[in-house]
Design a protein around this ligand. Structure first.
Ligand SMILES: Cc1ncc(COP(=O)(O)O)c(C=O)c1O
Length: 390
């Protein structure tokens, strides 16, 4: 009999979509910013406008520290990874350009690329995935053409959890002087990223997943060597006498009143991540994924996607059962057991095609810094019951 669970009884295993609950320090920082820095940053010189500008600057500084970025002004604050990816893709590509990407990509990469292709402006090649959800570096190099103007890769698959070797990919793109755009939606705050060391020219990341900030926050690092067109034109509070969009960063890319309160929370989230350390977070989430994989392997009729036991992967595990449709399994986990997971195609149909799950979809459980083995045990017991009941 389905029972509705109270919010305090929910086992939340959907951190790959957005992390929850947010740390107390994030909520406190947002309330404080609302009370003391609630003016419009960069517009006006009164005290509270200056405080609001400081919030944005300090958030940029925290992001720069996390990703090894030299100049915080090369970081554009956005609403989410999708906006960052759109800015990077549409801001860099011109008619006649060729792009290389992978079968792993989320629709937030695929759709803007396919949109530009549908207008007849660009050509796109998708690199296939190996059984472990990786790409062949040789194949990347062989796919490069004289008009290849961008390589876009996800750092970690939101379906498979596999982790691409950015250092090796960056070595190839640097050798051929092609900008490398990395989608760090599933790795920021979990797997170390050093943009300058890894040869990353554009890094799109969410504030609301592994960085523990609120929804409506994200960012894009743009290498100072790149000339990128803005996605939005409008008021920036700077060079107001000119009809042209300012050239100075980050104003060039940040038109309109920003989510100052959200970025105050994002800064607190990043500081929490830095104090926990990425090493601790990765090991914690990896050990939970191993625990879940081991338990799922014991349940007959369950198939697990992505890298096998013992291999590197980000904090998520996708699987399906032979006996119950993935959407129904996820629905019953929620309604009967209060366990929140994601089912369906995870906005990554090409990754499902590679995994052979385009017809049936999969259930994805994803972990956060506070997820526990007890929660995974509860998930395993519930999957065991449901898979054997149907
Ligand atoms: C790999 C990947 N890219 C992009 C996105 C889009 O992220 P956002 O919701 O921050 O726009 C997601 C969201 O889950 C994702 O997993």
């Amino acid at each position: 009999m389905a029972k509705t669970k109270g919010i305090d009884q929910i086992i939340y295993l959907d951190h790959a979509a957005t992390s929850w609950p947010k740390p107390e320090v994030v909520k406190d920082a947002m309330i404080q910013a609302m009370d003391t820095a609630g003016a419009n940053p960069g517009r006006g010189s009164h005290q509270m406008a200056v405080e609001a500008s400081k919030v944005l600057f300090n958030t940029r500084r925290a992001i720069a520290k996390l990703f090894g970025i030299h100049n915080p002004n090369d970081i554009v604050l956005t609403s989410n990874t999708t906006m960052s990816l759109n800015l990077a893709i549409k801001g860099i590509l011109k008619t006649g350009d060729h792009v290389i990407t992978t079968m792993m990509e989320h629709n937030s990469v695929r759709r803007p690329l396919e949109y530009l292709r549908s207008l007849g402006q660009i050509e796109v090649d998708y690199l296939p995935l190996t059984d472990d959800g990786l790409i062949e570096i040789d194949r990347l190099e062989k796919t490069i053409r004289s008009n290849t103007k961008l390589v876009v890769v996800s750092h970690s698959s939101n379906l498979l959890g596999s982790i691409l070797p950015l250092q090796e990919i960056g070595a190839v793109t640097r050798k051929h002087q092609i900008p490398l755009l990395v989608d760090a939606a599933q790795s920021a705050g979990i797997i170390p990223i050093e943009v300058e060391e890894m040869g990353i020219d554009l890094l799109a990341f969410p504030g609301h997943k592994g960085l523990l900030g609120p929804q409506g926050t994200g960012g894009l690092y743009i290498s100072p060597a790149l000339n990128v067109e803005p996605l939005l034109h409008g008021g920036t509070g700077s060079q107001s006498e000119s009809i042209a969009q300012p050239t100075v960063r980050p104003d060039r890319f940040e038109s309109g009143t920003p989510n100052t309160i959200g970025y105050a929370g994002l800064r607190a989230g990043i500081e929490q991540v830095l104090s926990l350390t990425l090493d601790h977070i990765y090991k914690h989430e990896w050990s939970l994924s191993q625990y879940l994989i081991e338990g799922l392997e014991e349940i007959s009729g369950v198939h697990i996607l992505g890298p096998g036991k013992g291999k590197p992967r980000s904090g998520l595990v996708s699987f399906y059962t032979e006996t119950m449709d993935s959407a129904e399994l996820a629905f019953r986990l929620d309604r009967e057991y209060g366990i929140a997971v994601r089912s369906g195609y995870h906005c990554a149909p090409l990754a499902h095609e590679s995994a052979g799950t385009l017809e049936r979809g999969a259930v994805r459980a994803s972990f956060g810094v506070n997820s526990t083995e007890a929660e995974i045990s509860a998930l395993l017991a519930a999957v065991h019951n449901l898979a054997n009941r149907s």
